[in-house]
Each structure stands twice: as C-alpha cells, then as structure tokens.
Design a protein around this ligand. Sequence first.
Ligand code: ADP
Length: 477
Amino acid sequence: MVQKNLIDGEWIAGSEAFRNINPSDTNDVVGEYARASADDARAAIAAAKAAFPTWSRSGILERHAILRKTADEILARKDELGKLLSREEGKTLAEGIGETVRAGQIFDFFAGECLRLAGEVLPSARPNIGVEITREPVGVVGIITPWNFPIAIPAWKIAPALCYGNTVVFKPAELVPGSSWAIVDILNRAGLPKGVLNLVMGKGSVVGQAMLDSPDIHAITFTGSTGTGKRVALASVEHNRKYQLEMGGKNPFVVLDDADLAVAVEAAVNSAFFSTGQRCTASSRLIVTEGIHDRFVAAMGERMKGLVVDDALKAGTQIGPVVDESQLNQDTDYIAIGRQEGAKLAFGGELLKRDTPGFYLQPALFTEATNAMRISREEIFGPVASVIRVKDYDEALTVANDTPFGLSSGIATTSLKHATHFKRNAEAGMVMVNLPTAGVDFHVPFGGRKGSSHGSREQGRYAAEFYTTVKTAYTLA
Ligand code: ADP
C-alpha cells in the first residue's frame, strides 16, 4: 500500500511513489510513499491559505485538545513509532524510542502553551491612551525538514506552528517519510480541520522549491544543509517572508588537563559517534590540552574498541548504520582527505560487514589533526572525529571558536574558572559543561550562531518569536 499525501483533508495518491529503504538492511523496504508534484504542493499551499482565517481564530481549547491528543498517542505508541524511526533512519532502537518520546513531550509542551497565550497591557507615553501588545499567527508556515531526526524536528516545528494559530505545509526529507506520515496521520485523526496541516512528501528540488517560490507562504522554517539554507534565505528575501534556518555545525569539545578522564571520554564518544555522528550538534573536533592528550587518546581507543556497530534494531547495538550510500561515500571521502592532509587515523574508519547488507562504518578517530585541515573545517556528518592538540585553555578556546559555525560547544573540566569563562566566551548558541555537545532538552531554546543558524530560536517558549507576529494597539480611553 502506498502511503499518501494529505492535502486539504484528503489523502492524495499522486502519480508517482518512492520506496523507503532500511539502511541496516537494504533488502528491507519500510514502505512506499506517494511523491507529491509541484502542483500538489501548490494545492497544499492554497488549502493552508483557505484554512487560515478560521484556524487562526480557533479557540485555545480546541488547539489544546488536538495537541494533547497527539502527544498522548505518540507516547502510547512510542515503541512502535520508535522502531519505525530506527528502521528508516538507522539510529539505534533506544535512540529511536527516545526521539519519539521527545516528540510526544514537545506536543505536550505546546498543548500547554495554547493555554498560556498572553500579551501585555501598559500605559501610553501620552495621557488617556492605553497600549496593548498581542501576538498573532504569521499565516501559512512552510516546514522543510532533514532526515536525521525524522520525528523530533517535524514535532518541534509543527507543534508551535499549530499552537500559535498558523496553518502548515510540511515537506519531510525523502529518505525518512515514515515517521512524518505517522505524526500527520495522528494529528489529522486528533481532529485538525481540513487544510490546517498539509503533508507533501517528495523531492526538495520539486516540492521544496515550489514552496520557496510561493508568495502565499508567509514563513519558512528549515533544517538541513547550508547550501539549501541559502536558497531558502534568498527566496524568502524575494517574497519578504520570515525565515528561520538551522544548518551545519562543526562543534568543538574541549578537554582540559584537569578534566575527569572518564567523564571526558564518555562525553566525547557520545558527542562524536552516537546516532552515527549524524547530529548537527555532534562534535567532530576534540580539542585536547597537552597534559591529558596521550591519556585521552588511549582511553578513547579503548572505549571505541568496545562500541558495537550493527543493525539498528538488534539488541546491544550502540551505533547503527550510516543513513545511505551517498552519506557513507561522503564519510569515507573525508577519511581519505584527512589522511592526505597528514592527520593520523588512530582508530576505526573501515567499512564493516554484518548479517544484512547495510551501510556500516567503524567510527573513526584522527589524531595529530590541525584546525586548518578540511576535516576540521567542513561538516562531515558521520562518525568521524579528530583530536587537535593544544597548549592550554586559552589556545583551546581560540581553536574552539575558530570555525564558520556556532551551534554547540562543549568543555570537560573540573575548574569552575575555566567552565565559567568558557560558558561566557564560547561563540555558540548552546554550551555544555562536562556533557556531550549533543542531547538537548525540549523545553528550552535550541539554535546557533554564525553559519549554523539564522533567525530566532526554536523550541520552548522562544518558539513564539518565529511563529507569531507582534501587534501594538492604541486606544483612547
Ligand atoms: P541534507 O543533507 O540533510 O539532506 P538538504 O538541505 O539537502 O540537506 O535537505 C534538507 C531538506 O531540504 C530536505 O527536506 C530536502 O528535500 C529539502 N530541499 C532540498 N533542496 C531543496 C530546494 N531546492 N528547495 C527546498 N527544499 C529543498
């Protein structure tokens, strides 16, 4: 059966379909999904536009109930949805279920936010005049998502968009349509009026581009590559629309001489290799001071030897496969580049054979890397990290900040002085002390600086900045 697109409340087959393949076992077809055309995208946009006047004035209890019901169903089905996610994306089952729970928590959070919509009332600078500041929805929101968090990223964009009264056209990544289809189905059955949320699965160059080119999309929230992010930005300037971009990272993880070695190694392994290194908050630059360098590298080697790389759904797997062949090629190309640049491949980096045909790669660690090398400057997006040796904290901070990106930045230290200084001076949207660079909460702001992000933060109450526009009303008393 082909899973269809949702346009104006109807499930639409379209003329083409595409297959969702399990990266742990390429013989396993997760499902077939309808591929939307540019015309389908335009129909979805028209439906969202038509639904906006009513939905934007809908009661907060109606919105609360729909988001609440969605949260409840996602949480009740966490094992099944988590398995679907791991099957289509390749992260381990524990990671897939964890991400699904997080999606449920996000819907729950925004169900609550519907009941807390508020403005401000204050006196005017002029006598006998009152001023009210209120938030209104932006209109039709276009949502374009990547493959690495198939349920959490759609959740953290769809939930606030609906909470604040916007209507939505949602285009998930082609590699992982299953999780997106499932949450749209849940939201639809939870009682969303027709046209409020439209699903258009398909190619970025066709469906995504039709969204960028439409004057009827008032805001676009995008997570994905830097190149596509630029296209979103340019098209949005053309249409004078609001846009929000989350793109790459090259996140540093600093390890100082005074670090607790076990804490540092655990955080570094998690940052660099969990979720197969396919997180925009992953760390691929381990910046280590001289006094601990050799002990850290040896302990990393020991820890990496024990990592179980296998089928995402198998019990005991710690690292699943790379998402697809083209990403695997990118990872192995960068491993070759690192060697050519003169870094030393200390551990891993080999392709692995398992019981089923899949994209298995042993996590790789380079040592003797410099921050000028391409492996230290460009986002690889795989289980590949390098150790950069530095003299002291000051050099570590300089190297950490010497990158075009600025999403997350971590440090392992037992020094309050250095931790405090790092929190203040790391040029990143998120800073972690004695914790992995990845792994963030659902109720606080997420986002970065420099080349990583553009626009206001996502998640938590800060999401209101993007999904609403502020109105200031004056009344003569
Ligand atoms: P990734 O490397 O994560 O696949 P992309 O930027 O290619 O990064 O993809 C992120 C999302 O952007 C996907 O949903 C993809 O289909 C979409 N996309 C790709 N090209 C375009 C485009 N020209 N216009 C709009 N969306 C696009």
